[in-house]
Design a protein around this ligand. Structure first.
Ligand code: NAP
Ligand code: G4F
Length: 325
């Protein structure tokens, strides 16, 4: 039997962290997760996505704002792979607090890369990049060569993380890569993101617990896939001979309105009766459209999405109808 690989995940309590943990455990990894002290103190609310895994993984308390705490854990664990998923990930919030978004997202990434360089240079590193880096898109389908044009502090922080990752790869020979992931969703998605806001509202309306769903820009278009497919791509990137960056998406684009229409109809409801506009939900600078060209991942990683838009919407709505009963 080969050596058991060790993986360290930041952001393990999030949507992707939970699916990635499941995948790595299935592949017989020893999984460690970095969790903030506040989350450990509020287990019921903050650890719900990994509750079923707590006896199989090892949780370490640390902060992405503290270089010393990161170094300590990397020295203790000496992971073969680090998946850096921890971030202030809500774009709308990044307009309210640019400072904490930039601090956590840029410094957190820098601290991990620097700790790898000085204390564990053989550790492979995955950075959670984002299609928000393309922002005001410069090409109708975005690939690894499309110019970045971020439209929020969040997008800017991800461009900075991407450049840090590239520079540590080139300057210090670290196996470091960025997955430029397009929107991916699931029944574990946070309630603040539009897809889960819609699926949970549809469920509450269906059960008579809510009257209307307030939304902002329903004409925005996204390339939505399923999170379970996307964590597989993260793992594949770290199994290649060379560290490379990859765009991961479905290549299909739908509007927020399309999502809402299908979500309501899944519950036997007409969306027109329930949707209301709230201008406070508009963003100071919007990303209007995003659509991936994932040819490189398909060719080199043999990766492709397996869940179609319709299946994703239905799964989210049906799960929420059960959840809110
Ligand atoms: P998520 O569900 O919002 O999870 C974010 C994780 O980051 C949580 O574990 C959270 O911990 C942690 N975190 C937030 N602020 C932190 C801080 N100040 N210090 C330490 N940890 C902090 O996000 P996700 O959807 O799983 O996404 C994972 C990563 O991929 C993120 O970096 C996100 O920006 C990026 N991404 C996501 C998508 C997508 O569509 N889902 C697309 C592209 C890129 P707590 O539980 O303690 O809050
Ligand atoms: O669901 P969203 O908040 O996701 P957004 O901004 O696309 O960001 C997500 O995907 C990124 C990858 O592209 C990740 F990097 C990021 O971490 C996050 O996971 O908003 C989607 C669209 C936006 O255009 C927004 O303006 O939906 C529009 N929208 C319309 N009404 C709304 C609402 N978004 C939210 N959250 N809430 C609304 O009421």
């Amino acid at each position: 039997m080969g050596k058991i690989k060790k993986a360290l995940i930041t952001g393990i309590t999030g949507q992707d962290g939970s699916y990635l943990s499941e995948l790595l455990l299935k592949k017989n990894y020893k999984v460690y997760g970095i969790v903030r002290r506040v989350a450990l103190e509020d287990e019921t609310h903050r650890l719900w996505r990994i509750k079923h895994l707590l006896n199989k993984i090892e949780i370490k308390s640390a902060s992405l704002e503290s270089y010393a705490s990161i170094v300590k854990i990397i020295q203790q664990v000496r992971p073969d792979e680090i998946y850096h998923l921890g971030a202030q990930s809500f774009v709308a919030y990044s307009f309210e607090d640019e400072f904490s978004t930039l601090n956590t997202n840029i410094n957190g990434t820098h601290y991990i890369l620097s700790a790898i360089k000085d204390f564990s240079p053989k550790t492979k590193f995955y950075f959670a990049g984002s299609s928000e880096m393309f922002g005001k898109v410069q090409k109708s389908r975005q690939d690894e060569n499309t110019r970045f044009y971020p439209r929020s502090a969040y997008g800017i922080s991800k461009v900075a993380g991407f450049e840090l990752t590239r520079n540590y790869r080139e300057a210090y020979n670290i196996f470091a890569c960025t997955g430029i992931l397009f929107n991916h969703e699931s029944p574990r998605r946070g309630f603040e993101f539009v897809t889960r806001k819609i699926s949970s509202s549809v469920a509450k309306i269906k059960h008579g617990k809510q009257n209307y769903l307030y939304l902002g820009n329903i004409n925005a278009k996204r390339d939505w896939g399923h999170a379970r497919d996307y964590v597989k791509a993260m793992w594949l990137m770290l199994q290649q001979k060379k560290p490379l960056d990859f765009v991961i998406g479905t290549g299909k684009m739908h509007s927020v309105k399309d999502f809402a229409k299908l979500a309501f109809s899944t519950a036997g409801l007409n969306y027109k009766k329930y949707i209301r506009f709230n201008k406070k939900l508009l963003r100071p600078a919007e990303v209007e459209t995003l659509r991936a060209n994932y040819n490189k991942a398909n060719k080199l990683l043999k990766w492709k999405p397996t869940v179609k838009f319709n299946q994703l919407v239905k799964e989210m709505v049906l799960e929420d109808i059960k959840f809110f009963k």
